[in-house]
Design a protein around this ligand. Structure first.
Ligand code: AMP
Ligand code: MG
Length: 358
């Protein structure tokens, strides 16, 4: 696919983003292999956060700052240093500092040693509010922390916003089978593990192994009959209304059981045609953040797919740290989207009628 006229090239930024994500993935893999209870802290909202979330954010910030020197730097990222500056956090800060420095030394690209203060400042480069103007990096240093802690799927998700739209995205998925999620159960062993998905606007989407195999173009599946479609949803039951998605699947005549995976690895798997639909219907009151969808959505759209909210609108990443959207997010191919939207809207109507029968 060629680049539409008028789109600047983001080749340098994409290269930097891939390097940043691959390095952060290495740190995450080290931590996941030797995860111990002391690595797991509890944030105010009780989601687990590990030294790897912070370490990943530091490495991504550092690599982007080293590799992209033009323009000012702005990043919207999930973590901040507040908890690490509190009494009692010295040990965990020490551990993050050691991990980051060890990962940098092993990689060898940069001859630097970060102090604890430099670690805290690097984390806080992610405090930007984003918005409709200028360029902003958007980072989830570990998307799917619950999967990460469980030894399951997670992703390092990095995107770039330019004037309010996502122009590139990179997803590092260290635990995803390289060729297909049908190998998730481990039944067809021998498949390499770890995938790096990337996309730049107008240039298509690609996958390569995390250790740097040549990139291959990817595209969404061409299934047009919902009866033959399979769908992805969150592994965590609390993240999506399964009774609702079950009723949508029934309306569509979907036969296959849901494929449940943590994190934006779902967007990557969809983009290479491992499944036909990814949908997400959080419980009422949950606000989606931009770092949970920016990278994943461009990987899917550049692979020929579409990503919409439940009303059929495009996702709007220009409103700051939160996604401004109607209930639910649906990603699928162009052939299936109309029927999926129709079933979703019917199911929403029925749900409303059931909760207020008068
Ligand atoms: P997934 O594995 O696709 O559910 O995505 C993981 C992401 O879900 C995390 O990074 C959180 O930002 C987000 N999340 C956390 N709590 C909820 C919730 N109650 N409903 C929906 N998403 C959530
Ligand atoms: Mg997340």
């Amino acid at each position: 696919m060629s680049r539409p006229a008028g789109n600047p090239s983001y080749a340098a930024e994409l290269g930097a983003a891939k390097k940043a994500v691959a390095l952060a993935a290495r740190l995450c893999q080290t931590v996941q292999q030797e995860i111990v209870q002391s690595d797991i802290q509890s944030k105010a909202d009780k989601t687990p956060v590990t030294v790897a979330d912070y370490g990943s954010q530091v490495l991504v910030s550092l690599v982007l700052n080293m590799e992209v020197t033009s323009g000012s730097f702005s990043m919207v990222a999930e973590e901040d240093s507040e908890d690490l500056r509190k009494d009692g956090a010295e040990e965990i800060l020490e551990r993050i500092t050691d991990l980051v420095n060890k990962t940098l030394a092993e990689d060898g690209s940069y001859n630097i040693l970060l102090s604890k203060e430099a670690i805290l400042s690097a984390i806080d480069t992610g405090k930007s509010e984003g918005g409709p103007s200028g360029r902003h990096w958007v980072l989830d240093p570990i998307d799917g922390t619950k999967g990460f802690v469980r030894g399951g799927q997670y992703a390092i998700a990095l995107a770039l916003l330019d004037e309010g739209r996502v122009v590139l995205g990179v997803l590092g998925c260290p635990n995803l089978p390289f060729t297909s999620v049908s190998n998730l159960s481990g039944s067809s062993s021998g498949d390499q593990t770890g995938a790096l998905f990337s996309a730049a606007i107008g240039c298509g989407a690609e996958v390569q192994s995390l250790d740097g195999s040549p990139p291959q173009k990817i595209s969404v599946c061409t299934i047009d009959n919902p009866a033959n479609a399979s769908f992805f949803e969150s592994y965590e039951g609390a993240h999506s209304m399964r009774d609702f998605t079950g009723s949508v699947a029934e309306k569509l005549g979907v036969q296959a059981p849901p494929v449940r995976i943590d994190s934006q690895a779902k967007y990557g798997a969809l983009a290479r045609g491992d499944g036909a639909i990814y949908w997400r219907f959080p419980h009422e009151g949950y606000r989606e953040t931009i770092w949970d969808h920016a990278a994943g959505s461009i990987v899917v759209t550049e692979a020929g797919g579409v990503v919409k909210d439940a009303s059929g609108n495009d996702l709007d990443f220009s409103k700051g740290r939160y996604l401004d959207r109607d209930t639910g997010i649906i990603a699928t191919n162009k052939q299936l989207m109309p029927s999926v939207l129709k079933s979703v809207q019917e199911a929403i109507k029925e749900k409303k009628q059931a909760s207020s029968p008068l």
